[in-house]
Ligand binder design. Structure first.
Ligand code: ADP
Length: 508
């Protein structure tokens, strides 16, 4: 039996207090509005939440004015009402999210349509007049950064509901693809639900060979987001290449993206949340100079998941959504092929129920060697990243892959099947993800380096990388300035901070 794990309840939902304070200087800069279905630390199911929790503060740190618009799911502890009600499409003042989690809402099209309209209204209607909390109205010269299919209607509404009325005349939309596998494909007959004129039908029109959600002609939200935005981006240069490489990696939108073009900017990571020298979830803090002493002590993690503690044994970690993309089935098939070695493995993930069952079986199959925890548990994720020596990432494809970035910062060497956003300087074993034997062989080779100078060197290489948002934010700025929205100016070259910008402070 495993011990009571830390932080199960607070796992998904952070609060503002999780962020350290910092000062922010507002230059002229740009007016940016990020829009997405999740935003860390408040709501997160994966990398999208991390990016929307990290990139906007990094842009604010460069002196740009930044707002992030995301659904107000019921659970936030520190949410407060703006008392601003806007009539969009006949729904006013009703809260549309409940405590239920884990399944798609049947009316997601309506919900995400409302999110897009809310994002378009927010800068116009929120009371941001000069005060203790705000630095003045936003104005209309803004850049919207729409993220993934949930926000694809934003450029369409901008074009039909605002620009023709002389509003947001010079505003532009950048559309960022975090994962092309999720496109928002619906029955074409649902087009009438979107409140858009027929001229947009072509942008949504899509035929595929699948019978879900309906046979034949469909609407594809992501396709429309790509076509109707002013610039298309994605989360790594490598993924940008993959998206245009063909039908398989571009998941049937490759031809569309080839037309519009796409820019890949690698994600950064939140170097304050993920900092081994100050991580609140780990007992032993460390840096590149103390890691070799700290790692054995951090193996107390084994006790936390119910394994016997051995401070000298190499430990492998896996964290991720349990589904085909992440290769959790490959992991399950590979474990028997290397578990005979002197090794322990801890797996953390939620997702498809059969795969959750599969990882929970590890305890029964390998009681002294392996544990699987089917929870979304942020504290445990930190403890695994810190306590493991190797992080196994057997993903079939990886747009960027924050797990391996987090791992590197903690001197935990990633063993990856897909390149994603990995920086070239870190040597990483890329193998054919479907090849279970190759994954097992890679693990064995990695285990053979345990305790050798070669591993020490790899650890130091990993920890020496600048994985922060600072570099990516510079590239994002350049790209967004290129949209030439009136009044846009470069920001300042500051230190990366996770700032409590005035606007981020919860009002009394
Ligand atoms: P993706 O965005 O495809 O899910 P990434 O590797 O880019 O994958 O990001 C995953 C993020 O979600 C990381 O911050 C990781 O720590 C977190 N995460 C995934 N599964 C869990 C889990 N079961 N418990 C806690 N955190 C998790």
């Amino acid at each position: 039996m495993q011990k009571q794990l830390p932080g199960k309840q607070e796992a998904k939902l952070g609060t503002l207090n999780d962020r350290p304070a910092g000062n922010i200087i507002c230059g002229q800069g740009m007016n940016l509005i990020f829009v997405g279905a999740e935003v860390g630390p408040w709501s997160k199911t994966g990398g999208l939440g991390d990016v929307l929790g990290g990139l906007p503060p990094a842009m604010a740190a460069k002196g740009h004015r930044v707002m992030t618009v995301s659904p107000r799911y019921d659970q936030y502890k520190d949410a407060w009402d703006t008392n601003v009600l806007v009539e969009v499409w006949g729904k006013t003042g009703s809260k549309i999210y409940g405590p239920r989690a884990g399944m798609d809402y049947l009316d997601n099209q309506l919900r995400f349509g409302l999110l897009c309209q809310a994002a378009l209204e927010a800068p116009r209607v929120l009371n941001l007049n000069n005060s203790e909390y705000f630095s003045g109205p936003y104005g209309e010269d803004v850049v919207f950064i729409a993220n993934d299919w949930h926000t694809a209607l934003l450029p369409c509404y901008l074009k039909t509901m605002y620009k023709p009325r002389g509003i947001y005349k010079s505003a532009k939309v950048a559309f960022c693809i975090h994962n092309i596998a999720y496109q928002g494909r619906f029955a074409f007959s649902d087009f009438s639900l979107l409140n858009l004129p027929d001229q947009f039908k072509g942008s949504f029109d899509f035929i595929d060979g699948y019978e879900k959600p309906v046979k034949g002609r469909k609407m594809n939200w992501m396709k429309a987001g790509i076509l109707e935005s002013d610039r298309v981006l994605t989360v790594s240069p490598y993924y940008a290449q993959e998206l245009v490489s063909g039908i398989e990696k571009g998941v049937e939108l490759d031809n569309i993206i080839r037309k519009t073009g796409i820019t890949g900017i690698v994600n950064g990571m939140d170097i304050q949340e993920w900092n081994p020298a100050s991580d609140k979830y780990i007992d032993i803090k460390y840096d590149a100079t103390t890691i070799m002493d700290a790692k054995p002590l951090l193996k107390a993690l084994q006790a936390d998941v119910g394994l016997p503690v051995d401070r000298n044994i190499p430990l492998i970690g896996f964290i991720g959504r349990l589904e085909e993309q992440k290769g959790s089935d490959i992991l399950a098939a590979a474990i028997p092929k290397f578990i005979g070695e002197d090794v322990r493995i801890v797996v953390l993930g939620t997702g498809k129920k059969p795969m959750e069952k599969q990882i929970e079986q590890l305890e029964i199959m390998y009681p002294n060697k392996a544990r699987g925890v089917a929870e979304f548990n942020v504290p445990l994720a930190h403890m695994i990243i810190a306590g493991a020596n190797f992080m196994l990432v057997p993903s079939r494809f990886e747009p960027c892959g924050l797990i391996q970035l987090h791992a590197m910062r903690y001197g935990t060497v990633p063993l990856c099947a897909s390149t994603g956003g990995l920086v070239d300087t870190v040597k990483c074993d890329a193998v054919d993800p479907a090849d279970v034997n190759a994954i097992a062989t890679t693990v064995k080779r990695a285990l053979a380096t345990y305790g050798t100078p070669a591993l020490k060197e790899m650890i130091q290489n990993c920890m020496a990388q600048d994985l922060s948002w600072k570099g990516p934010a510079r590239l994002w700025e350049k790209m967004l300035l290129g949209l030439e929205v009136s009044g846009s100016e470069p920001g300042i070259e500051g230190e990366e901070i996770s700032p409590l910008a005035k606007e981020n402070v919860a009002a009394p």
